[in-house]
Design a protein around this ligand. Structure first.
Ligand SMILES: Nc1nc2c(ncn2[C@@H]2O[C@H](COP(=O)(O)OP(=O)(O)OP(=O)(O)O)[C@@H](O)[C@H]2O)c(=O)[nH]1
Ligand SMILES: [Mg+2]
Length: 258
């Protein structure tokens, strides 16, 4: 069990983590949930993928609407990172018409920092509209997304490790399985040797969102545009992350472990 390969999906509530794992054959709860996240505890399911035994790990989303739930989820995500053995760690975002959401960046940063950025990570952009698929499949755009998240991931996210999954009716979702299988197969696995506890609360999240948006506004004004579509405005994203670097985004205590 110790040396079993782990596949862990991390992301905010409702993005489709459990549904994606179920495409491999897992039986996790995945459903409509109006207010609270549906998955509240980390759960595992062991099965064979391409003849190899793997442990699929389904964790709750980090951000919810009470500090109590956020702390519980943070503990559960921390636990999900501690099974031992090698991991393929994949972040899951829900497509937002090519815009990067601060909540997703927050969660990615927290988790990458907790494991000291020790392994290469993946990113699945889920529920993508059919007409946006080619934008996300475009190599240049994926490179832009990787660059936009370079500070959050310490450059452990490569353009090749980003895929988009098309928004599908539940009865058609099985058609995503071949793409997902070859993606997971190709993803690099590595050991997570040390995991610092993840801590987060609403105040910190709200502060981060405000700060993120203010940085966006500052750069948007300088760049003469009003928003930052991840897939279209890479040059501006570069500038934005330079500003984030100047603000010591990752290192500063205002976005630290308190
Ligand atoms: N139509 C469609 N619905 C999807 C897709 N992926 C996920 N869903 C739906 O999105 C909702 C949330 O999916 P889950 O898999 O439960 O999401 P989750 O990330 O596990 O959410 P939490 O457990 O709350 O953190 C469910 O109603 C799914 O059926 C998709 O590609 N297309
Ligand atoms: Mg879930």
């Amino acid at each position: 069990m110790e040396n079993m390969l782990n596949i862990l999906l991390v992301g905010n509530t409702g993005v489709g983590k459990s549904s994606i794992l179920n495409l491999f054959g897992a039986p996790f709860k995945a459903d409509f949930a109006l207010i609270d996240g549906l998955t509240s505890e980390t759960e595992c399911f062991v099965l064979k993928i391409n003849g190899k035994q793997v442990r699929l790990i389904d964790a709750p989303g980090l951000i919810e609407n009470s500090d109590q739930r956020i702390s519980r989820n943070a503990e559960e995500i921390t636990r999900a990172l501690k099974f031992g053995g090698k991991y393929k760690l994949v972040f899951v975002y829900q497509s937002n018409s090519g815009r990067l959401l601060p909540h997703d960046v927050f969660t990615t940063t927290k988790v990458c920092k907790a494991i000291n950025h020790c392994l290469e990570v993946g990113l699945i952009i889920n529920k993508v509209d059919e007409e946006d698929m080619e934008k996300y499949d475009n190599e240049k755009n994926r490179l832009q997304i990787a660059q936009a998240l370079s500070k959050a991931t310490n450059e452990k996210l490569k353009a090749d490790n980003i895929i988009a999954l098309e928004y599908c009716k539940p009865r058609e979702r099985h058609k995503l399985k071949p793409k997902l299988l070859s993606y997971i197969e190709a993803l690099h696995a590595d050991a997570i040797n040390q995991v610092d506890p993840i801590h987060a609360n609403l105040k910190e999240i709200n502060k981060f969102v405000k700060w993120f948006n203010s940085i966006l506004t500052t750069v948007a004004v300088a760049g003469g545009i009003m928003s930052y579509p991840v897939t279209h405005k890479l040059g501006q994203w570069d500038k934005m992350w330079d500003r984030l670097g100047e603000a010591k985004f990752v290192q500063e205590s205002h976005f630290g472990d308190n």
